[in-house]
Design a binder for this molecule. Structure first.
Ligand code: HEM
Length: 80
């Protein structure tokens, strides 16, 4: 499984993680991802990732489902 769920936080060979994410530790669970996406400041106050304006509901559930299915071993979504 390549999805982000179950993978270490800040665990990709990306190299530019904020201290907030790099020091968070542990793995991404569905609950933790929801928290990161709904209220990032509560778990990673200085994250470089902008808040996405998501709240609990079907859209968030679909995003989480996508994160379970998606191949996130590459860091393409963080390159702009
Ligand atoms: C719904 C849309 C998005 C989702 C689901 C999402 C998901 C994630 C996740 C799960 C991580 C943690 C990665 C890890 O632990 O390896 C992350 C990190 C990151 N994302 Fe996103 N992301 C989204 C949108 C964006 C957007 C729009 C941007 C930039 C404009 C962005 C930029 C970043 C950056 C820079 C990081 C690293 C953050 C840090 O080091 O603090 N993301 N994203």
């Amino acid at each position: 499984m390549n999805g982000v769920v179950g993978r270490n936080v800040a665990g990709v060979e990306y190299g530019f993680y904020s201290d907030a994410l790099a020091n968070l530790g542990g793995v991404w669970t569905e609950e933790r991802l929801k928290q990161f996406l709904v209220a990032p400041e509560t778990i990673a106050p200085d994250s470089y990732m902008p808040a996405q304006g998501l709240s609990e509901g079907p859209v968030l559930d679909a995003v989480i489902w996508g994160l379970i299915e998606a191949d996130t071993t590459d860091d393409a979504h963080m390159r702009y």
